[in-house]
Design a protein around this ligand. Sequence first.
Ligand SMILES: Cc1cc2nc3c(=O)[nH]c(=O)nc-3n(C[C@H](O)[C@H](O)[C@H](O)COP(=O)(O)O)c2cc1C
Length: 437
Amino acid sequence: MTKIVGVSFGTKNGNNDTICKAVLLAAQNQGCEVEFIRAMDLDIKHCTGCITCVKMLMSGTKNMCVHKDDFDWLAFEMFHADGVVMVDPIFETGASGLFHTIMDRFGPRMDTGNNFIATQIAQGRLAQGGDAARGVAVPAPAIMSPKAVSYIGIGGSDWGTHVQSEQPAPGHDSQLAGHRQRVGPLVQDRPHGRRPDRPRHADRREPGRRGKEDPGERRRGRRPLLNLKETAIRHAASAGRAYEECRFVVCHIGGGISVSAHDRGRMVDGADIVGGEGPMAPTRCGALPVAEVLDYLDAGHATADVRRMCMKTGGFVDLLGTSDALEVSRRAEAGDEACRRAWDAMVYQICKEIGAMAAALGGNVDGILLGGGMVHNKGLVCAIEERCGWIAPVFAYPGEFELEAMAAGARRVLDGDEEPLRYTGKSVFDGFACFEG
Ligand SMILES: Cc1cc2nc3c(=O)[nH]c(=O)nc-3n(C[C@H](O)[C@H](O)[C@H](O)COP(=O)(O)O)c2cc1C
């Protein structure tokens, strides 16, 4: 099988990682084996110019460097791949320092001409035998075999990534200003792999869902669209099926918690988690009885307090003084009763929402997919499986794929699988007139 190695020189989950992973994903979709390497995770020392490597190579002995670090491992992975993709941030109008360091380490010691001559020297010494053959090492042929290498340089002079449009990005959500979810509806919220008639996240409401037909009661669906969609698309692909033919309950379990229903390529239901719906989460209070909120306000609290509880200071922060879910789960396991109660309440509320979304899908659920940072916690996954496993099989996708989702969307457009739409500046809550075309 063809193997492609992608090496990203950017920060963890940054732009370079994202583009590198998008390339590898495309290669994987074409049947290649792929490997992702983040150069910054490796211990790579600078070449000091001691030329020990060249002296040894030219004497027919081992091709080695005095440094003991991860370079030889990296070189091995690259030499044994059929193709290599290097994705490097532009620093001061050129390649990054780390890229230069690695380039130097590939210097004379890996030079094809030097290795060709060294091979002849080594073979000559082996032919002589006896003392002449002692310590001889013939260079690995892989060093000299030609390879396709592609370089992608990513600059970002203003330190950001933008969706280009004459219009401002959707203004409905000042609380998400600056958050990449804000561009989510623009790039991701539509059917996968084909041209949509309308954008996707709430366009086919189930009967009884409040919608645009109820003036003043338009339903918002603020939730991590990118990660929810990408998790569903990835799971369908890994099961060898199209997202457009599956029904999933997809959860994002991170600082906020979203549970959503996906019906054959469309997200048809889910809470407005920015507005205070959904389960309690590390930083969010989750759904509350309206009358209790009114009592709280009558008692002299400001509406700003309630808003903060919806987004920042509710949930674990309010109850336990921390938003660190890992810490809460550890303290719960160690016998801290307050943590145990808060943790169990959160898990219970997630499961209840999963049940609600399963009902929204009429009970036809192909899988319950769990994404987000908290899904690294195996105890959480088991607890959800225990309570909801009867609905459908549970699959864990720990972490977030938001940037990858945006890159994958851009790639579908570049590949011609999807036509881009132009954002017009109109609200997505206004009949989806926000997209042209
Ligand atoms: C020291 C430094 C120098 C940079 N110089 C340039 C530059 O000359 N041109 C440019 O377009 N971007 C420049 N950038 C922006 C980086 O290219 C951008 O932050 C990087 O691609 C982000 O990658 P990441 O998200 O994968 O970490 C520079 C960034 C740093 C830290």
